[in-house]
Design a protein around this ligand. Structure first.
Ligand code: SF4
Length: 318
C-alpha cells in the first residue's frame, strides 16, 4: 500500500501543501489524510445518490461480518447517516459457525456497532439451519463457498426482513465486483453478469445495495488504517477452496502492472449490459415451489441445496 508519512522527500498532497499519505497509481494523484478520507466519503455518497441506493424513509440493514469491508461500510454509512432524512441503520451479523475464524470477527463487529451506537442483530446458522457451517461442510469442503454463500444469503435476507429493512447493504467493493465479472465470464454465466440485485419491481425481496462498489480494496485498507480501525483478523479456513481466490490474485497482479484494469472491467460490464441485456435476459422471476421465495427456476437455490443435503439441513432459514 502506498501510504507514507509525508516527511521530506515524500510527495505532497495534490490538493494542498500537506504531506501525502496515499498515492493513486491510476491517476498519479497524491492525497493527504484529510483529502483522502473526505474523497472516499464523497465517492460513497456519490454512488448512493447517483444510483438511488438509499431514499428517505428507508431502513437499511447492513451486513456486518466484522471483516474489513463491512467494517468500512458501517463506518462510512454511520458517518453519512446524519445528512439523510429519516433513514434507520441496523447492523446484522451472521454467525455461520466456522471454528477458529468467526469468533474474532464477531467480537470486532460487536465492538464497532456499540462504538457507533448502531442497533445490532445476530443470527446463527445452528438456529436457522440446525447446524454450524463446519458440520454442514464435512466431506464437502471443496464446495464450501458455494454452500456458505447460499445459506448466508438466505440468513441475511431473513434477518433484513425481520428488521423491517427496505434495503440490504453489503460490503462488496470494486475488487469484488471486478472479480465477479471475470468469474461469471469464466463460468460462461452471462445472464448473471447483467443481473441487477437491487432491481426489484415485485417487492418480494429486500433489494441488495453495494455502496462500496466504486471503492477499491486498497482504498478500504487505507481508510481503515487512517481512521485507526484496522484490525488483523484471521482468514476463513475454507477460502483456499474458492475460485475467487485465484481470480483475486490474478486481478490484483494485473491491476498492479496495469493500473485501471478493474475499472476497465467494470466499464466493459456496463457496455455489455447496455448492448446485450435484452438478449441475455433471464426468465421473469417466479416463486419457489417449496418456500415461495423469488427465483428463476422451479426451486430457489436454498431449497435445491436443502434437497441435496437431505436431512443434514433443517429449518426454513427464514
Ligand atoms: Fe463462507 Fe467461503 Fe467466505 Fe468462508 S471464504 S466465509 S466459506 S464464502
Amino acid at each position: 500500500m502506498e501510504t507514507g508519512a509525508g516527511s521530506q522527500g515524500k510527495p505532497r498532497c495534490s490538493l494542498c501543501p500537506e504531506p501525502a499519505v496515499f498515492s493513486d497509481r491510476r491517476t498519479g494523484r497524491h492525497l493527504c489524510r484529510t483529502h483522502f478520507l473526505a474523497g472516499i466519503e464523497q465517492r460513497v455518497a456519490g454512488t448512493i445518490v447517483s444510483r438511488n441506493l438509499i431514499r428517505p424513509g428507508d431502513t437499511v440493514a447492513v451486513g456486518l461480518s466484522g471483516g474489513k469491508d463491512s467494517t468500512a461500510l458501517l463506518m462510512l454509512l454511520a458517518s453519512l447517516h446524519p445528512a439523510w432524512e429519516n433513514v434507520r441503520l441496523v447492523a446484522v451479523t451472521i454467525d455461520e459457525g466456522i471454528s477458529g475464524y468467526r469468533e474474532e470477527t464477531i467480537q470486532s463487529a460487536n465492538r464497532l456497532a456499540a462504538a457507533l451506537g448502531v442497533e445490532h442483530r445476530h443470527v446463527t446458522f445452528p438456529a436457522l439451519f440446525g447446524a454450524p457451517l463446519d458440520a454442514i461442510l464435512t466431506g464437502r469442503e471443496s464446495q464450501a463457498c458455494t454452500i456458505c454463500g447460499i445459506l448466508r444469503k438466505r440468513a441475511l435476507a431473513g434477518a433484513a426482513r425481520e428488521a423491517g429493512a427496505t434495503k440490504l447493504a453489503t460490503g462488496h467493493n470494486l475488487d469484488d465486483e471486478a472479480q465477479s465479472v471475470l468469474m461469471n465470464v469464466l463460468r460462461g454465466d452471462l445472464p448473471r453478469l447483467v443481473r441487477d440485485s437491487s432491481a426489484d419491481s415485485s417487492g418480494r425481496f429486500v433489494p441488495r445495495i453495494k455502496p462500496l462498489m466504486d471503492v477499491s480494496e486498497k482504498e478500504i485498507a487505507a481508510y481503515l488504517l487512517l481512521r485507526e480501525s484496522w484490525t488483523d483478523l484471521p482468514e476463513c479456513p475454507y477460502a483456499r477452496y474458492a475460485l475467487r481466490r485465484e481470480v483475486r490474485s490474478m486481478l490484483s497482479g494485473l491491476e498492479y502492472q496495469y493500473p485501471g484494469t478493474m475499472l476497465n472491467l467494470m466499464e466493459s460490464k456496463g457496455k455489455i449490459e447496455k448492448t446485450c441485456a435484452g438478449a441475455l435476459a433471464t426468465d421473469p422471476l417466479r416463486s419457489c415451489r417449496e418456500c415461495g421465495d423469488p427465483c428463476s427456476g422451479e426451486l430457489c437455490q436454498f431449497c435445491q441445496l436443502k434437497r441435496e443435503l437431505g436431512r443434514e439441513l433443517s429449518g426454513s432459514g427464514s
